[in-house]
Design a protein around this ligand. Sequence first.
Ligand SMILES: C[S@@+](CC[C@H](N)C(=O)[O-])C[C@H]1O[C@@H](n2cnc3c(N)ncnc32)[C@H](O)[C@@H]1O
Length: 349
Amino acid sequence: MDELEQKHQRRKRYKGTHPKSFDTKYKELQPEKYTETIEKIIQKGNTPAGMHRPICVNEIMDFFQIEPGQNGLDATLGYGGHSLEMLKYLNQQGHLYAVDADPIELSHTKERLEKLGYGPNILTILNMNFSHLEEINQDFGPFDFILADLGISSMQIDNPERGFSFKTEGPLDLRMNPKIGVSAAERLKTMTKDEIEGMLVENADEPYASQISQAIITEYQKGGLLETTSDLQRVIKDALKFIPKNTQIEEIKKSCQRSFQALRIDINHEFEALFELLESLPNALNPGGKVAILSFHSGEDRLVKKSFQYYQRQGIYKEVSDGPIRPSYEEQNSNSRARSAKLRYAIKA
Ligand SMILES: C[S@@+](CC[C@H](N)C(=O)[O-])C[C@H]1O[C@@H](n2cnc3c(N)ncnc32)[C@H](O)[C@@H]1O
């Protein structure tokens, strides 16, 4: 039996019309094959499973004004939506380097972009954390444009195996690279109540941080385990039963979202990585080089703003965006994830 046939047999098949689990939903795994369905989902303002819709594409491209022959860096490749646009402007001349901390989605994106005609002659994809910008710059820089679209992609959220969402049952992992560091489940076990509370407040402004952190510690003391996304969701739900019934469901949902975000930021060291990136940016840009950063969290936006302003005062950036640029109303209406996006830019002197 050849290799292809063996793979075919191993793949789980779903016979019904309403697939229940991720690995039986072919659409999640090969969204390109379902263009009609995808169009309908996008028109409704949702993101089709297995895909990610790039945000502020026009605003970013207008700012970059990419010309053929330039050298660029996409610090957060994801599904490759922004990279694809940048590549179109390069028109097969110059080079785009693209990195992502996530080795799983990275290989899918590499394959997809190669099929679209963007191979190693024009595009180099590396499984790296953008916190290593200094090394990336030494090897491939300096750059004419750099983009960082922070956070995680819809594909990562959609895949229950990754544990990024409380909406589906999966291991409480939340690592961008599951081979590096510890899972969220492991991390939580080692934390004190104060540490959990601090993490929820600092990383997500969680108003019920005290109640949730206490409930997590009590769960461990009772001998309970928080191994899955549903385990954590259940503990949060129980902790917030005191909220009046008329707002309880909505409040619990928001607290779950914030708690998962706080954990994700913590175990992936997201603030530290952003800080490293911001510190290395001035050296990694050519004179006149441009950087754009899309953030989805007030803490991230604050860090970006402070760094851009600091280096502007030092005369290193000749221009920085006045305030955050927000996606258009049309984009916010057509893509719910765009609603919290803030774009800032800087231009090196
Ligand atoms: C919002 S998505 C980017 C989507 C992308 N712009 C697109 O158009 O498809 C963010 C991506 O950045 C990656 N990422 C987040 N933090 C990172 C870091 N510190 N280093 C490298 N990649 C990172 C995530 O794994 C994810 O794939």
